[in-house]
Design a protein around this ligand. Structure first.
Ligand code: NAP
Length: 497
């Protein structure tokens, strides 16, 4: 079975930061796949922008190298590589200076009015400069749109500065705040499971759901993003955006239609229903951790501070958290009393992102003791590394003999079974931007509401002034994170399969 590919309209896509990590590792491979799949019209252009003085040919060979691994994995893509590279151009520009912008604008406008996407794959410190200059050179016209990457600020106040600046150049309907988790197949499938089936929705509330867990665990450490990460930490880098967005997808009410503002209105209501975590509650409801030396994927790895010192000579200490676990409560009729446990961290035991919806136990077991325990149902939506959905059910152990019970997963991941290529999140989201469909992007008020909930936690941590709790690299985080959930008589989900 092959998925139907509908070509998008011809476009120009400008990637500010076109030589950076995100562009080379995610955006350009995503665009290449869409091109190879026939979704990108031949006369579209992709233009990289950065300060480095490169000729078009240099840029093409740089991108060609980055795409070599994609092609190596799939020989059928080889014949598409050269034609794709021919769509690429490059323009050297310093976003902070006026020089060169006029020529850049003229080059873009040679093709007249067409869809123009400006992807700001640079540090957020440049968003204001870039948007101001796009506007000054008339590049913010009716068919243009802008994509901005996280982090959108460090708190409510700094997010407002960025949103104001971007908003002064582009109307909200043409601002695409990307959260790539929302482009994942499984997250879309969550919408389908919830709203295209009658089975789950009647159970999707405090009467039948005991709690929800959302885990986004990475095995990598600091990598090269020392300055950004050390000034940010896991709460701002992961929870404010990815984890809260996933929470919204689980907790939202059915939107009136699968339409951008209807979906985002419902997510916004969830964010506004999050119970604030006060200074007094923060010590119990949140855990901050920082990894120490340990092992990752079988290799010895240094601790966070040592990694930081290697990148920033002279650093001997840091209080930045590389791990967060917290208990969130959604104060509305559907979710009253149902905790949402969130955790995320670097250098954890496994790279895994998943949502676990844990149902309540049956009210009474009719089975004899020898049948074994009656375990509660769980719906596990895995986003990484392999996307899939499993519903854990109790069945009778097959075969003769007495009635014994077994907890088994019903695998509901059909894409693999049908041999369908699951597009990377960025592939889908980039095409949505070209189509002008913002359903899977964050609206300004959502970002603001998320910060409004995060700000008091940051303030409480400032007041507590506790050092982050140490954990060994390669573990599941500090023991306090285990205590956080076990205090409530629950445990973090472990895949039994
Ligand atoms: P990066 O590797 O440091 O790349 C930054 C890019 O911006 C480079 O192409 C750089 O090229 C260019 N640049 C820097 N200063 C410039 C200036 N004054 N004018 C024009 N171009 C300039 O960063 P990245 O990892 O790709 O991240 C880009 C953005 O995406 C950041 O906001 C990051 O937080 C976000 N993000 C990244 C990832 C990821 O996986 N990498 C994931 C999620 C979000 P020159 O130095 O040659 O100018």
């Amino acid at each position: 079975m092959t998925a139907k590919t509908v070509p998008v309209d011809t476009f120009d896509l400008v990637i500010f930061g076109g030589t950076g990590d995100l562009a080379l590792r995610k955006l350009l491979p995503g665009l290449f796949r869409r091109y190879a799949d026939g979704q990108i019209p031949e006369d579209s252009r992709i233009i990289g922008v950065a300060r480095d003085k490169l000729a078009d040919a240099d840029y093409r060979s740089k991108v060609g190298e980055a795409l070599a691994t994609v092609v190596r994995g799939e020989a059928s893509l080889q014949s598409k590589l050269e034609p794709f590279l021919q769509k690429l151009g490059y323009h050297a520009l310093d976003a902070t200076l006026d020089t060169g912008w006029q020529a850049f604008a003229e080059e873009l406008l040679t093709h007249g009015e067409r869809i123009r996407v400006f992807y700001l794959s640079t540090s957020p410190g440049l968003f204001v400069d870039i948007c101001t200059r796009l506007k000054a050179h008339g590049l913010n016209g009716g068919k243009s749109r802008v994509v901005i990457e996280k982090p959108i600020g460090k708190d409510s106040a700094s997010a407002a500065v960025i949103n104001d600046a971007v908003g002064s150049a582009f109307p909200e309907s043409r601002i695409f705040r990307i959260d790539h988790y929302l482009g994942k197949e499984t997250v879309q499938n969550l919408m389908a499971l919830r709203f295209a089936n009658i089975l789950f929705e009647p159970l999707w509330n405090a009467n039948y759901i005991d709690h929800v867990q959302i885990t986004v665990a990475e095995t990598v450490g600091l990598e090269k993003r020392a300055t950004y990460y050390d000034g940010s930490g896991a709460l701002r880098d992961m929870v404010q955006n990815h984890l809260l967005q996933l929470l919204c997808m689980v907790a939202m009410e059915p939107p009136a239609a699968m339409e951008a503002d209807a979906v985002r209105d419902e997510k916004l209501k969830v964010l506004r229903s999050l119970r604030p975590i006060s200074n007094d509650e923060a010590a119990q409801a949140t855990v901050r951790g920082q990894y120490r030396a340990g092992a990752s994927n079988g290799c010895a790895v240094p601790g966070y501070v040592e990694e930081l010192a290697a990148l920033q000579p002279g650093r001997t200490d840091s209080r930045t958290e590389t791990f967060v676990a917290l208990k969130a409560e959604v104060d509305n009729w559907r979710w009253a009393g149902v905790p949402f446990y969130l955790r995320t961290g670097k250098r954890l035991a496994e790279r895994v992102s998943e949502i676990v919806v844990a149902f309540r136990h049956v009210p009474h077991s009719i089975f004899e003791h020898g049948a074994g325990p009656v375990m509660a149902n769980k719906l596990v939506l895995r986003l990484q590394p392999d996307e899939g959905v499993k519903l854990w059910l109790m069945i009778k152990d097959p075969g003769p003999g007495g009635l014994r019970l077994q907890h088994v997963p019903l695998d509901m991941s059909f894409a693999e079974a049908f041999g369908v290529h699951q597009p990377e999140a960025y592939e889908r989201l980039l095409m949505d931007v070209v189509r002008g469909n913002p359903t899977l992007f964050m609206r300004r008020d959502e970002v603001e509401a998320a910060w409004k909930w995060i700000d008091p936690i940051l303030a409480a941590w400032e007041t507590l002034r506790e050092a982050p709790k140490p954990y060994t690299a390669g573990s599941w985080g500090p023991s306090a994170a285990v205590a956080l959930i076990e205090r409530d008589g629950r445990t973090w989900h472990e895949d039994e399969a």
